[in-house]
Design a protein around this ligand. Structure first.
Ligand SMILES: CC(C)(COP(=O)(O)OP(=O)(O)OC[C@H]1O[C@@H](n2cnc3c(N)ncnc32)[C@H](O)[C@@H]1OP(=O)(O)O)[C@@H](O)C(=O)NCCC(=O)NCCS
Length: 178
């Protein structure tokens, strides 16, 4: 499974991505914007375990991002459960040397189309921490709407922060009456 737009490709992970994943993910400027499950320091063991989990997935929803043929980051859709099963949470990071080249925006557009057209999702959402304007900008560029602010819901690095919730609704699906 590959999703391509210009110089950007989303593809399945390979175990050979482990070294570059470790190199790019081991960065506080990245982990401070993500859940605590994304470790810092980020070791090669963390990378190998993560890639192995991705390789075991039945449906591919976690992708490696390539820019000009080189692995530069991760993007994922985590499907929700129960009555939320037509929703998924989007997550992503780009290695710092590759920031501000439009890579995240292209990857978000690709995986959003995949989620709506192939996974039949109605809604894709995420929460961005208040101190992350770059990610807010990415989501806005990709047609996500700001839905609300969860005040002081994040406890990160010893402080409380607002989470800004963004979502996009599937434009290809009509709402069915119950
Ligand atoms: C957020 C992140 C994914 C953006 O990746 P990227 O490839 O640089 O994103 P893009 O180049 O597509 O777009 C970035 C946009 O943010 C803007 N931007 C960057 N820094 C900014 C800042 N401090 N304030 C406001 N806007 C900013 C850029 O100018 C660009 O907008 P533009 O195209 O209108 O000029 C990347 O910085 C990252 O991985 N950060 C750490 C992990 C993270 O935050 N993940 C998302 C969690 S919700």
């Amino acid at each position: 499974m590959e999703l391509i737009s210009g110089n950007i490709k989303l593809r399945a992970f390979r175990i050979t991505d482990a070294d570059r994943l470790t190199l790019l993910a081991n960065n506080k400027k990245i982990s401070r914007n993500l859940r605590d499950g994304f470790p810092n320091p980020y070791t090669r063991d963390d990378a190998v375990k993560f890639i192995q989990q991705c390789l075991e997935m039945q449906v591919v929803t976690f992708f490696a991002i390539e820019f000009l043929g080189e692995y530069v980051g991760n993007i994922s859709l985590s499907p929700c459960k129960d009555v939320y099963r037509k929703s998924a949470e989007i997550g992503y990071f780009i290695g710092e040397p590759y920031w501000n080249k439009g890579i995240a925006s292209a990857a978000v557009n690709l995986i959003t189309e995949y989620g709506f057209k192939q996974l039949d999702l109605m809604r894709i959402h995420t929460g961005v921490y208040e101190y992350n304007p770059a990610s807010q900008r990415v989501l806005e560029k990709c047609g996500y709407n700001k839905e609300g602010v969860f005040i002081k819901s994040i406890f990160k690095e010893g402080g409380f922060w607002d989470e800004i919730r963004y979502a996009r609704i599937n434009p290809y699906v009509a709402q069915l009456d119950p």
